[in-house]
Design a protein around this ligand. Structure first.
Ligand SMILES: Nc1ncnc2c1ncn2[C@@H]1O[C@H](COP(=O)(O)OP(=O)(O)O)[C@@H](O)[C@H]1O
Ligand SMILES: O=P(O)(O)OC[C@H]1O[C@](O)(COP(=O)(O)O)[C@@H](O)[C@@H]1O
Ligand SMILES: [Mg+2]
Length: 531
């Protein structure tokens, strides 16, 4: 389980709202941190932008009510949109999903589930999960995330995920669609499978898959795929996505036109930050057009860079698989005379995979991630340390995240179809620099480079990811039936929650270079600071 403690956390910051590196998606959702300098003043202000308005609000910590006001603001920000916000008169019906049965309860309990039973297993709409669980007694405590200079305890509650007693869709009137966008990630099929199975348990008959991401909404040659338990029964046994994935695609308006044409009123969107920005746009457009459509996301990022969540599905599997590549690099390096292995792992903005895989394998001598700058050349550079390792150990293995050291590789300004910057290949660059360096000092070096990216992404999910996918998929369906839209499902402090999409995608979650987890990684590799 990923811990929140190694997520970047300057001393005084609105919890989790670190505006270090924006995805550049939605400026209105950026948050501003409180500077340490300002924190020393008696009167400290924090800027908070309300996601629904761009007006800034200030916290005046000398105001005795600041905490209550902060919590109120927080509650508003983390409020999850509901169809009754638009359709005020929409009435709910008793849920057709019942924890005591494995079939829809329409026939057995025509009038709904008997409410005189003490136990029913439903989630109350007012149930909440605590987002932050540590009380930091000082801003100097390791990993402290403080709101005010005294690091006052402020409870921050988010909505608990799960089945509700009342639902806002009659299953026979639902046409549900699932779409998977962005790059591949282990577990996509597991999530699809469980969305379909849960929809059927609610009694939904019309379930379709949109082929090849958002593109499937506009490309007339691509037809929607009917889905049922029978179709999805064994799809989790292989990696990839049954539906296919893509980057780029139609505009939000075209997607919503297509939803209208197809009569889709429940959309499940599996993807990363880009996909979620799209999902939020679709949700807003549906509201604007007054369509009774719910849009629910399930975060898919192998890089594990979505805010607020313990981890995202596929990450565990990726770390496990990455170790195979590391182990191969280690064996090659160890068996060669002056062998040096270089393994490049995924991580555009965040080095979680590289850090965790290095730590787990125990075979890495140098781990390089985007969050931590380094020099290649010079007395404190990576190459000088490599020379030392060759002299003392005879071999060495480097693990580098794809987004690390981008200052060393040529910038192209190129973007992929989704608008993501195309990164320079730091793995190849390091390999070439190592060869040049050792040739220059006339020392033999046998360099082997491994890039296992697509081998890792194509894997099927391991057991723990498989279970995570199951729970996320189920909860996505519960959220949709409960009438929530513009939300995503995540795991926070081991509990499943619904979060408003803008709160999780305003910038990528990063490794905190001051965290104990990064320190553990450094103590495992034994590497110095390369600066
Ligand atoms: N800001 C955005 N608004 C709307 N749609 C977006 C946005 N960014 C990306 N998308 C769409 O989301 C899909 C997936 O985005 P991409 O960045 O490739 O993957 P990921 O969702 O994994 O980040 C693409 O079809 C892309 O066009
Ligand atoms: O070659 P592709 O398909 O564009 O994917 C490469 C990218 O896919 C990823 O593995 C995951 O990216 P997404 O989260 O955007 O799907 C990145 O780490 C990597 O940069
Ligand atoms: Mg992305």
């Amino acid at each position: 389980m990923g811990s929140l403690s190694h997520v970047i956390s300057p001393k005084l910051i609105l919890p989790h709202l670190n505006s270090r590196r924006s995805y550049g998606l939605s400026k209105s959702n950026s948050r501003t941190l409180i500077s340490t300098r300002a924190a020393k003043k008696v009167r400290v202000f924090a800027e908070i932008k309300n996601q629904s308005s761009s007006s800034k609000k200030e916290i005046n910590f000398s105001d005795p009510d600041w905490k209550t006001k902060f919590q109120k603001e927080f509650e508003e920000r983390f409020n999850i949109p509901h169809i009754t916000d638009i359709f005020e008169d929409d009435v709910s019906i008793p849920s057709t999903f019942c924890l005591k049965m494995r079939t829809p309860i329409t026939e057995a309990f025509a009038a709904g589930y008997p409410s005189d039973e003490e136990w029913h297993g439903y989630i109350n709409n007012n149930d909440r999960v605590l987002l932050k669980t540590i009380y930091y007694s000082s801003p100097r405590s390791a990993g402290a995330e403080c709101i005010d200079p005294n690091c006052t305890w402020v409870e921050q509650w988010v909505h608990r995920a799960g089945p509700r007693e009342k639902i806002y869709f009659k299953p026979e009137e639902v046409k549900a669609a699932i779409v998977t966008c962005g790059g591949l990630c282990p577990g996509l099929n597991d999530v699809i499978r469980h969305i379909v199975i849960t929809l059927e348990i609610y009694g939904v008959k019309k379930i379709v898959g949109i082929p090849f991401g958002y593109r499937g909404f506009s490309d007339k040659e691509l037809t929607e795929m009917p889905l049922s338990r029978k179709v999805v029964q064994n799809i989790h046994l292989s990696g990839g996505s049954l539906l296919g994935v893509s980057r780029g695609g139609p505009s939000i308006s075209d997607i919503v036109d297509s939803l209208e044409e197809r009569g889709i009123n429940m959309l499940f969107v599996l993807g990363g930050n880009g996909t979620h920005a799209g999902a939020n746009g679709i949700h807003n457009e549906c509201r604007k057009r007054r369509l009774k459509v719910v849009v629910v996301g399930v975060p898919k990022t192998i890089d594990n860079d979505i805010l607020l969540m313990d981890k995202t599905f596929g990450f565990d599997t990726a770390v496990e698989e990455a170790q195979r590549a590391i182990n191969s690099a280690y064996i090659e390096a160890h068996s060669a005379y002056h062998g040096i292995g270089v393994v490049k792992l995924m991580g555009r903005s965040s080095g979680f995979i590289a850090m965790h895989a290095s730590l787990a394998s125990g075979q890495i001598d140098i781990c390089l991630i985007p969050e931590v700058p380094f020099n290649l050349h010079g007395p404190h550079g990576v190459l000088t340390h490599l020379k030392y390792l060759i002299e003392t150990k005879g071999s060495a293995v480097i693990c580098v995240a794809e987004g690390a050291g981008q200052n060393f590789v040529q910038k192209t300004n190129a973007t992929d179809a989704s608008g993501n910057a195309v990164l320079g290949d730091i793995g190849v660059h390091i390999q070439q620099e190592i060869k040049k360096y050792f040739k220059g000092i006339d020392v033999h070096a046998d360099v082997k480079y491994i890039d296992p990216t697509y081998m890792i992404r194509a894997c099927r999910a391991n057991a723990s990811d498989g279970i995570l996918c199951t729970v996320l998929g189920q909860n996505a369906v519960h959220g949709a039936f409960a009438g929530y839209s513009g939300i995503t499902v995540g795991i926070c402090n081991t509990h499943y929650v619904y979060l408003p999409i803008p709160e999780v995608i305003s910038y990528p979650r990063l490794v905190d270079r001051n965290s104990r987890m990064w320190h553990r990684c450094l103590t495992s590799t034994g590497q110095p600071d390369f600066l």
